[in-house]
Write a protein that binds this ligand. Sequence first.
Ligand code: ACM
Length: 514
Amino acid sequence: MIHRWLPLVSLVFLALATGASAAPRPPVVSKPVPYDSVVPAVASAVPAPGVTYEIAAATTIYGADAGVRDLLARQLRRATGFTLPVAPTPAAGIALLLSGSFGDEGYQLDVTAGGITIRASAAAGLFNGVQTLRQLLPPSIEASGRQPGPWPVQGGRITDHPRFAYRGAMLDVARHFFPVAVVERYIDEISSYKINHLHLHLSDDQGWRIAVESWPRLATFGGRSAVDGDPGGYYTKADYQAVVAYAVARNVTVVPEIDMPGHVTAALAAYPELTCDGRSPPLYTGTEVGFSSLCTRASTETFVRDVLTELAALTPGPYLHIGGDETESTKPADYAAFMDRAQRIVADLGKTPMAWHEVVNAPLQPGAVAQYWGTTREHPALAASTAKVILSPAGRAYLDMKYDSGTGLGATWAGTIEADAAYDWNPGRYLDGVDESRVLGVEAPLWTETITTIGDIEHMAFPRLPAIAELGWSPWSTHDWPAFSRRLAAQGPRWHTLGLDYHQSPQVPWPPGS
Ligand code: ACM
């Protein structure tokens, strides 16, 4: 069946080429996107040569998970202009089935001449399978308005699952504030590369960005500032919940961070009782670090408990990030006692404490997660600790580092990071004495001292964020820079269609016009 139409197609072409037919011009036949264009690389792909499924006006969509189904249908309808009716039961066309054993996030994608089936054990797997399917369609599928098509998908089978459970992106909304719509666009972008955590850095010296009812001036006063005197702002609880819900629908868990006991000028400016001398500093708009500290007396615990209790109530995900970095203004013994108490509060709230790697200088709660942001491959205290580890080595994964000396945005304190440097490291073997079994995953942080718009965010994140996404998702056996650079190149026309101002790295063979 599958192959029978092939000779027919050849005959039509032959007839046209020889002028033997007066038939109307056939639609442009675009070659289906090959499986080795997908980022992150899939675990297993077996293409069926010559087999294609073409999405057409009559294609129906069945989805065992209505949320994932509707996201897919909306996306495909926009660019194809087709109705793509939703089918009440599995049918030919596109079917998203909850069946089989593919793990928490894995999926199987089958494409035959008769239809497309994605099978997964959970909605997260269906969502991930849909992201792969999007990349198997022509780049114009990403357009916001109707495109001419056609919409072929390469036949075959992909079986896929993640290497690491945690694949994160961090957005610093404290140095500069970004409205909900910007955060949601970033969630769209990161989730299309199967990133499944968004860490929001919600407080720092330059601004406090989340409403707290029990300490209202944190946001209403501490939220007014930003770097360089740029406009501040904060998320109301409803804003934050909207972001969380938007993220959940895209398989993204929000990880909120309140950075403590340092990086707290905005909080101290709002509440003098959080300082040791009872005097508030002014709001801060510079970019220094390491100069502020909560007064670590026991009474500050009320503040920590109140803030984290409200945040936990708004956050369905398992993690509360309590910062803990760059605390040069806190005495080591005070730091250890403070971080111990803060972790206990998180645990009492039924959440898992996460913090920057300096937390290993404090007693650790069972299950505590340390996020490594250093610039070397050694951290004996972290290696000797019981912490689970998320790897964000600054010289590899920090999206605010410049690509090269010509990059207008960003910093260089951890070096410059071109696409190959972001890609060419192994999270399972990066830190001495921290083997893969302790590594929860990877995260690409974006600090925003120099970043003020969604365009800036996108320019710094692309193409490096997909590199980190691939390190988190793909089996190490697929790791190959030349192959990855070609996969990245295939993303260029998609980003172009999305209006995404990515860095046109000279290391990547971008196709013309992307
Ligand atoms: C950090 O870059 N201070 C976590």
